[in-house]
Structures are given as C-alpha cells and as structure tokens.
Design a protein around this ligand. Structure first.
Ligand code: GLN
Length: 204
C-alpha cells in the first residue's frame, strides 16, 4: 500500500526506540528518514514519535530546536503516530510529568505517565481493536501511560477490560500507549501511512 506516491516519512530520532519503527515502516515500503533537525522535519510528510522517555524527548527537542517546528507542523495537520512516550508527547495534558516537562500537544487528551505503577511496569495482552479488524492486537506495555480523559473529537480505538483507554485517534493523529513495533504488529503503521497518503492527496 505504501507505494512511491507517498512522501518520505520520518521517525523522531533524538531518543527512543527509533530503529524498531524505522524497520516496520521500511517493511511497509515507506521511504523513512530519521529526524533530528528542523531541516529533516521539513522533508517528511508524516512523523512517528517513538517510545522511550518523554521527559528526555521534551528536553532534547527543545535543545535541538525541534519543538516549535514540530508544534507548527502538528498544528498544520501533519500526520503523526505516537507510541507510549510518543503518545505522551502528542497529548495536550499530562499528569505525573516531571517538573517543567512540556508536551508538544495536538491530541485533546489527558494522559497519566507510568500509569501502571511499579508493580506492573511491563505486561502484554491481546486487545480487540474494531478499527483494525481481526486478529486481536498483541500489545506490549512498557512503563506505559493511559488516557484518563479524551475530548469529544477524539475517537477511542481501544480500552483495557477495566475501561482504561490505550489507543486513540483524532484526525490524522494516532497514538497508542503500547508498542506494536516490538510485537510484529504493522497495522497501526499502515494506518499512519494511510493518513500520510490522505494528507498528501489533500495538499495536491
Ligand atoms: N514512561 C515513559 C515516559 O514517561 C514511557 C515509556 C515508554 O515509552 N515505553 O515517557
């Protein structure tokens, strides 16, 4: 599906599990670039914000002058897919952030960092996600956030059995609290690439 008509797509590469996302996107046929500078950001038609540590991503994106260009591109409708720390970066509001931690924002949600606490740092589960169809998604959670509040424009793609929201979409912004890129799951990245294609068609 990701044919040559797609513009290059980027993976935010100042911190996090960059390689895993690059590998999935390449497997899907995308022209993938690592993004560390505003110039590199200008060359891509969509961006993945990987998992990692959101407070470090925040600091580095400010240090490398990426924060404002990223916010401008998000405001202008660039498709973004954020996993875990990337979901936090995309959220308008964050609970249990470190002092002074900022997010990029764009998604009208509140997330809680490290929502599963120390006793349950990491776990895996199968999630039924109607928007993706069968089979269920094998979801790997690593010191993951959850969405505690979502605005009216936000579509909830998936919640745990206890109701906690772990995958959302708002326009061309997609975010999961878990890591499909480490579980051989490609459907979220395909969905992201479809957003990139739609944005490209809308622009031309
Ligand atoms: N706990 C991390 C944070 O706050 C996210 C963990 C992850 O991305 N796997 O950014």
């Amino acid at each position: 599906m990701a044919g040559s008509a797609l513009p290059p797509v980027g993976v935010f590469a100042l911190q996090g599990d960059v390689r895993e996302h690059v590998a999935v996107l390449r497997e899907l046929g995308a022209d993938v670039r690592e993004v560390r500078t505003p110039d590199q950001l200008a060359d891509v038609g969509g961006l993945v914000l990987p998992g990692g540590e959101s407070s470090v991503m925040d600091k580095l994106s400010r240090l490398f002058g990426l924060r404002e260009p990223l916010r401008a591109r998000i405001a202008a409708g660039m498709p973004v897919y954020g996993t875990c720390a990337g979901m936090i970066m995309l959220s308008d509001r964050v609970l249990d952030a470190i002092d002074g931690q900022l997010t990029l924002g764009g998604l009208d949600v509140t997330v809680r960092r490290n929502a599963f606490g120390n006793q349950l740092d990491s776990f895996e589960t199968d999630l039924a996600i109607p928007a993706l169809g069968d089979p269920a998604v094998h979801a790997v959670f690593i010191r993951a956030p959850v969405v505690v509040d979502a605005g009216v424009g936000v579509e909830v793609l998936s919640a745990l059995d206890d109701g906690r929201i772990v995958a959302v979409e708002q326009g061309r912004l997609l975010a999961t609290a878990f890591h499909p890129e480490v579980a051989g799951e490609t459907r979220f990245h395909e969905r992201f690439l479809a957003h990139v294609a739609a944005a490209e068609n809308a622009a031309s």
